[in-house]
Write a protein that binds this ligand. Sequence first.
Ligand code: FAD
Length: 334
Amino acid sequence: MAIPLCHKASSLLLQHPHSPTNTHIFVCKSSFIPIKQGQTHFKFLRRQKLLKDLSTWAIGGPCNYFCQVFDHTQLVSALRYCHENSLRFMIIGRGSNCLFDDLGFDGCVILNRIEFVESEEAGVYKVGSGFWFNRLGVQCSNEGFTGLEFAGGIPGTVGGATFMNAGANGQETADVVESVDFVTTDGRLQRLERADLNFGYRSSPFQSMPDLAAIVAVTFQLQSSGTSKTRLQEYLERRRASQPIGEKSAGSVFRNPSDLGVTAAELIEKAGLKGLRVGGAMISKLHSNFFINCGGSTSQDMLNLIAIAKEKVNQKFGVKLKEEVLYVHPREET
Ligand SMILES: Cc1cc2nc3c(=O)[nH]c(=O)nc-3n(C[C@H](O)[C@H](O)[C@H](O)COP(=O)(O)OP(=O)(O)OC[C@H]3O[C@@H](n4cnc5c(N)ncnc54)[C@H](O)[C@@H]3O)c2cc1C
């Protein structure tokens, strides 16, 4: 199963020219005080935040440390704290592509709340990486710009969508990305322009960037269109009819196999697995590539169901399905 970006913090050296030297970070054992925009001090929650509350699958145990960041400065401060305390860390958006473990996460989970949208030129949107991707899709399409209609039904963040190169309906994030601002593990803010960004099907250069800490902002370039609003509605309607919206899922579990002319959902369905249940995990009867937490699924239930689907599809069709969802290991793997 694909490994998400979980960083070992021990090699971090965080220095950013714009980060204030008087940033205060506390470790809080009893309560959580939310950070507000512009504030440079905040607290960490210790073993109180459950990952199941940070994931659309609603699965996952406690993280050792948890904080939210509302701007770039707070992000760098959180990274510095992780570095100083040798904590591994992981940045998450809405946890809509992650399978967390019931054992939790032995490092620091940083929830991205960097949520701004700036548009100084028609069709050009610079967006904070914590902004909801579906909100962006709806906003741009309603403003008469095409390219992000597909995003209207994707419950992730702009950062998560760029990291995953999310896509649907023949559109993908990469098509409209102009540049990406990100922070490296040594705390530097950097920018990559479109020409330097090599995206693939559900893959981005960020997935293999060893010194990436987090994407901070993404600039999109969209074209004006008289039909974007209608297309958005069509895509949303199609989704409502074909996907178990409202159930606890992480969207498609497997990538579609390339060049076979058949989807992962079709293979799973033809293998007779629709509706198969393991504990609290079930393959959706509406869309066979959506696996649902239909009541108290453990991470192991979901992992077992994924393993069964892989095995049966391979046995029946000789196709090795690859996961699109990311399993977050509770401890650092050696
Ligand atoms: C109902 C449903 C429908 C879906 N439909 C689709 C679909 O049509 N197409 C599609 O492609 N996906 C779909 N998904 C999957 C998911 O929504 C996307 O992959 C989404 O882009 C993930 O965003 P996120 O913010 O939730 O990422 P998370 O799940 O929080 O994180 C996913 C990965 O991205 C990394 N990441 C997140 N934010 C950042 C950041 N700022 N900087 C660096 N790395 C980061 C995380 O570390 C992790 O490795 C669907 C999911 C659901 C639940």
